[in-house]
Design a binder for this molecule. Structure first.
Ligand SMILES: [Zn+2]
Length: 290
């Protein structure tokens, strides 16, 4: 068996998801894990039904329209991305594309910063909703849609890369769609963080729709291999704790609210712990500069 990302045959069994009964193999050269055998295209597309987006299937996307205060987090994210872009380019970005934009929440906030919003979305159900919010949506799988080349200033992929069956091909496509100096943000879980190692086969990120499992080392290597000249890493995320606390505050009440606030604060602080390439928690954000 060969690794679909780096071509190495240093691929071995890694772990078995206890809850969903599938195997994860890992390439020990590029440090990326993947489901084996991969589910068929048909099985994968069945994941992204209307039920998935409305939270009514057994394995679901949390419907962002029902979560309060997400806009605080999205605004922080956009603000930080604009600063990173300006730092490298000395000019303001003019557009953004969100891969897996769902209902377009992040993009709606981006448009308030003056960025023209574009999205890629596999579900026609959420594409329809995003379009009604003024977003130009390329509907379909990222590998199949017709993106302009050398066009976008900022691209984001938030908790999407783990769903892709061929991340190398998909990330190359994003790279080509970016302008010189373009910024690409990827958020996913670090499978080689101590949190994941501690839970083993019970790790919460082992989900049926998650086909690839990245480590910080693997994601950096992938971005470098497709041509990003600079790669920045952020733990646990690229922005501060406050917007996350506001979101937690708005979505819980009573004792539960305070327990969740403490938990979120602790996770944020512990998420910064990193010795060499080893992190304590799972959360990571990697940013490539073209
Ligand atoms: Zn590999």
């Amino acid at each position: 068996m060969k690794c679909s990302i780096c071509g190495s045959d240093n691929v071995k069994f890694f772990e078995r998801s206890e809850r969903y009964n599938f195997d994860v193999y890992m390439c020990f050269d590029c440090r990326v894990g993947f489901r084996y055998p991969m589910p068929s295209k048909e099985e994968v597309s069945n994941f992204y039904s209307k039920e998935y987006y409305t939270g009514n299937s057994y394995y679901s996307y949390l419907d962002e329209r029902r979560v309060k205060g997400s806009s605080f987090v999205w605004r922080e994210r956009i603000d930080k991305l604009i600063k990173i872009y300006e730092g490298f380019n000395k000019i303001k970005p003019s557009n953004i594309i969100d891969i897996g934009c769902s209902f377009g929440g992040l993009l709606l906030e981006a448009s308030k910063f003056g960025l023209k919003p574009y999205g890629v979305e596999i579900s026609s159900y959420s594409s329809y909703y995003a379009r009604r919010r003024g977003i130009e949506v390329f509907e379909g799988h990222l590998d199949d849609v017709d993106l302009p080349k050398g066009f976008f200033d900022i691209a984001t992929m938030v908790e999407v890369i783990e769903h892709l069956d061929n991340p190398l091909k998909s990330v190359k496509k994003v790279f080509e769609s970016l302008r010189e100096g373009g910024v690409f943000l990827v958020q996913t879980a670090n499978i080689l963080g101590l949190q994941s190692r501690f839970y083993g086969g019970r790790y919460h990120y082992y989900l049926p729709g998650h086909l690839h499992y990245f480590s910080n080392v693997g994601l950096r290597k992938l971005l470098k291999s497709v041509g990003f000249r600079e790669v920045l890493e952020f733990y646990p995320v690229e922005f501060g704790l406050l917007p996350k606390l506001i979101k937690v505050y708005l979505n819980a009440s009573g004792l539960d609210r305070y327990l969740k606030l403490v938990k979120t604060g602790m996770y944020h602080v512990l998420g910064k712990v990193k010795v060499g390439n080893l992190t304590l928690m799972s959360s990571m954000v990697v940013v490539g500069i073209k």
